[in-house]
Design a protein around this ligand. Structure first.
Ligand code: CA
Length: 246
């Protein structure tokens, strides 16, 4: 059983008031969804344009977004693309609502990163089931990403804490992000640019050139498990998927 600080726990699994935004220009459909999802205990807000929806999301991200494809102005696909490109918005679970004959758009949406879709007309029960399924998948993914343990190394993302053989190791934010990023997919090789892209944040000034420098520091701080980060010559770095046979 993983113990998480209470704030992380609440953020991951709000017991009440899970928030859903709906971007849909057809008022009847929008209202029907709002009404039924409210009955299921969700706090629902509706928007008739992508511009209004995006603004609200920037200010206060929902737990899930229901997105119509055909909208006046910005299309649902464009909204989806923008959200998936945003560091703070890319993880918002998104369900596309499509009309019959929009299969190609649905496929595009799923490729861009939407989690699921429903075709109009749909029953409120089906929509609710899809919403719960997408939220559940997100929760499972978050739990899996929360704690990584390999050999003597434990990375607790919720606590932003790293333990080596049970001892806490003090890392900078960049070092922590690099380690956590690599360790989530052991065996996968990442280029310096991919690492920079993945860990970029508002207050991080990491560049391709400083990555090597960060790696040296990180390995040193990790001591006995520093060898878990491997340099792949001419490519980049990877986190070992097993202990080397020494
Ligand atoms: Ca529409």
């Amino acid at each position: 059983m993983i113990e998480l600080p209470i704030v992380e726990y609440l953020r991951g699994q709000p017991v009440t008031g899970r928030k859903i935004y709906i971007i849909e220009d057809e008022q009847d459909i929008s209202e029907l969804m709002r009404f039924n999802l409210s009955l299921e205990g969700f706090a629902v807000e509706t928007f008739s344009t992508g511009e209004a929806g995006l603004k609200a999301i920037e200010e206060n991200a929902p737990d899930l977004l229901i997105l119509d494809i055909m909208l006046p102005g910005m299309s649902g696909l464009e909204i989806c693309r923008q959200l998936k490109e945003g560091q703070n918005t890319k993880k918002i679970p998104t369900i596309i609502v499509s009309a019959r004959g929009e299969e190609a758009d649905v496929v595009r949406g799923l490729e861009i990163g939407a989690d699921d879709y429903v075709t109009k007309p749909f029953s409120p029960k089906v929509l609710h089931a899809r919403v719960e399924a997408v939220l559940r998948r997100g929760q499972e993914a978050r739990k899996a990403a929360e704690v990584v343990q390999i050999g003597g190394l434990t990375i607790n993302a919720g606590r932003v804490e790293v333990l080596v053989d049970g001892e806490k190791v003090s890392l900078t934010q960049s070092e922590f992000r690099i380690l956590h990023f690599l360790a989530q997919r052991p065996g996968w090789v990442y280029t310096r640019s991919q690492i920079v892209e993945a860990i970029r944040g508002e207050n991080y000034s990491v560049t391709d050139r400083t990555i090597d420098f960060q790696m040296v520091g990180l390995r040193k701080k990790l001591g006995s498990v520093g060898h878990l980060i491997e340099t792949v010559r001419g490519v980049g770095y990877r986190f070992r998927d097993s202990e080397p046979n020494l």
